[in-house]
Design a protein around this ligand. Structure first.
Ligand SMILES: [Zn+2]
Length: 247
């Protein structure tokens, strides 16, 4: 953490402190992805600088001007990361966050097994996140503070329909990808835009052959922060459906 980072808590009023913390954690994540060779240095450096710039505007009491561009750039980052590594990006924050004990949410993942949750507590910002973990599938949802987990419906169409517990407060972007296995890079879908206020997201299953049990990942960027979702899928589900690419 730089000296500038440490000043956030002194310079930002309460209502912008959490936003500054989100931007700081995002920049940490991006730089860690570059260091791990999961993200091209040029893409990562540009995005980290964009995030730092937004944060400094907050520190100086200036309104954000590039939120949409930041969201698009963050979505482009996730398109690369989902294809190369998968959606468990909380691993990039090791050392920057602590983990609360797991609690039973009383809900079930869409595979039918128990869904546990724990809080990811940043060590030097006020931007907690919540990670939902399926006892069978592992990490299922990673959400910003205040966002509830979606319900997943596989009967609404050929893919998976996510229904959010509340309308999205802002527009955003999402991207999907089959989770890579064994270092084989997958082809992520094209990022798609979401209008403000939407309550559902229809996720198409990927084309191609992927025998066995795999996971499909979705990254959603809205209101300046990101969410990730993961679902188990099997090839049979594709052969019984139209299986078209993400529209
Ligand atoms: Zn599960």
């Amino acid at each position: 953490m730089s000296e500038g980072d440490a000043r956030i808590g002194y310079l930002c009023p309460d209502e912008t402190l959490a936003r500054a913390g989100e931007l700081l954690l995002q920049a940490v994540m991006v730089r860690a992805a570059v260091a791990a060779d999961d993200c091209p240095a040029q893409l990562g450096s540009r995005l980290a600088a964009l995030l730092d710039g937004e944060r400094r505007r907050l520190e100086n009491g200036l309104p954000p001007t590039g939120q949409e561009d930041t969201g698009r750039a963050l979505t482009a980052f996730f398109r690369v990361i989902l294809a190369r590594r998968g959606p468990d990006v909380h691993d990039y924050l090791t050392g920057a966050i602590g983990y609360s004990p797991e609690t039973d949410t009383g809900r079930r993942h869409d595979c039918g097994r128990r869904l546990l949750s724990l809080e990811l507590v940043p060590r030097w910002t006020t931007a907690p996140r919540r990670l939902y973990v399926c006892e069978r599938c592992g990490p299922a949802y990673s959400l910003p503070h205040g966002f509830g987990p979606p319900t997943a419906d596989r009967t609404a169409g050929p893919g998976i329909r996510l229904t959010f517990p509340a309308p999205l407060p802002a527009g955003g972007w999402f991207v999907t990808c089959l989770q890579p296995v064994g270092g084989h890079e997958e082809n992520a879908g094209v990022p798609h835009r979401l209008a403000p206020g939407v309550t559902t997201l229809d996720v198409s299953l990927p084309n191609g052959t992927y025998p066995g049990l795999r996971r499909l990942a979705v990254a959603l960027v809205t209101a300046g922060d990101y969410s990730t979702f993961q679902f188990p899928i099997q090839q049979q589900a594709v052969s019984e459906s139209s299986g078209g690419p993400v529209p």
